[in-house]
Design a protein around this ligand. Sequence first.
Ligand code: MTE
Ligand code: MO
Length: 197
Amino acid sequence: MALFRSKAERKVEEAGYDPSRLPPGQYLTEKWPVLHAGTVPEIDLETWDFRVWGEVEEPLTLTWEQFRELPSVEVTIDIHCVTRWSRFDTSFRGVHWRELAKLVRPRPGARFVVAHAEQGFTANVPLRALEDENALLAYDADGEPLPPEHGWPLRLVVPSKYFWKSAKWLRGLELRARDQPGFWERYGYHNDADYCK
Ligand SMILES: Nc1nc2c(c(=O)[nH]1)N[C@H]1C(S)=C(S)[C@@H](COP(=O)(O)O)O[C@H]1N2
Ligand SMILES: [Mo]
């Protein structure tokens, strides 16, 4: 047990949580801040589609209806934004990567993923990060459809990384043999987005 607690850690304790859940330098917020480049896109589910391509045997395009037919799971995770806020226990429902992997069959060389979102936004993650039991392609948050500003109709949720990897308004996943920096990574954010460091 740590001898000294920071002010932020004491607040976490007072709120009834284990202070070890708060990564170094973060503070807890009860609200859910909204953060993105650009504007909230307008989306028409009639024309919306979701694609998986790249290092896969069977590239895939799904309509919204088809996507919603995939088996879904619910996870409850902590969000950590690199701007230092953390939000505990947000529950998300959506589709785990394994369901898509069954359909597209990744090639053996597939090791990285570029998530493609509306308006050209991208975020890169190792494929491993999507295999994480708690990662998912989410359409509900806290029991409701995602609010538009939080990524409706679909966002990535990668709890093992800072939240900038969790692309909102997700439209596709590109599997790659080599890594390729995404939008924030090109602006100088650390490629790994590891909040434990
Ligand atoms: N499409 C898109 N997704 C994005 C971003 C963005 O600019 N565009 N910003 C990321 C960043 S920096 C953060 S912290 C989270 C914020 O998600 P929230 O607004 O739901 O809290 O979204 C991530 N996903
Ligand atoms: Mo962020």
